[in-house]
Design a protein around this ligand. Sequence first.
Ligand code: DX5
Ligand code: ZN
Length: 228
Amino acid sequence: MKPIRIAPSILAWDLGDLGEAVNISVKGGADQLHLDVIDGHFAPNITFGPGTVKALRKRSDLRFDTHLMIDRPQAYAEKFLDAGSDILTFHAEVLDGPGFDELHRKVRSRGKEIGLAIKPETPLPGWAADRLDKLSTIIVMTVNPGFSGQSMDMAVMPKLEAIGELFEERGVATDIEIDGGVEPENVHEVVKRGGNVLVDGAGIYAKKDPVAAIGVLREKAERARAEQ
Ligand code: DX5
Ligand code: ZN
């Protein structure tokens, strides 16, 4: 079984103090750091770019999971690799099979991992289903991209379940990463449907004790896994 991994999303922390967001994730024992890059075109917010990722890279060796919510990812992939991203995730809505293949070659030639993300209303495209073996992760978004602190969209659950079943049938090792509104209270809903990487912004960084919140989320997720 794929291990449970906790990926705090720094978007929910004070954007003027992101170094501290990294420290918190390290102290809490997070498995990777989720970095939300938004360009104001693909989604209605503007966050940060490769310069910020590069600056944070100096703070720790934590796996950097960069989620590119941008319109022209081809133009920036290289810059985010140079900045120190370990996993670069692109949105399916702005790609097609050949476009993905080109990015896959670029990312793998740098020895890094590639992911694909889908918005709540986007089905897994046929071209992506044909390329599962190339993916390290699929991000199933459970909120519309843009902001931290939204509630999980439960209408995504049938799609998540179908993806979980497809991955099981195919026997692929691809992670299923859940992004949006994950909380200790609902984590069982996504773990029982195959989710194993749990992105969490507000459920960690908006808590009184964010270091402890990482452990709480992990414990709830592991418990949900054990009950399966
Ligand atoms: C939304 C981002 C998410 C977000 C998650 O566009 O992709 O990663 O920061 O934050 P929470 O967990 O607060 O929904
Ligand atoms: Zn994200």
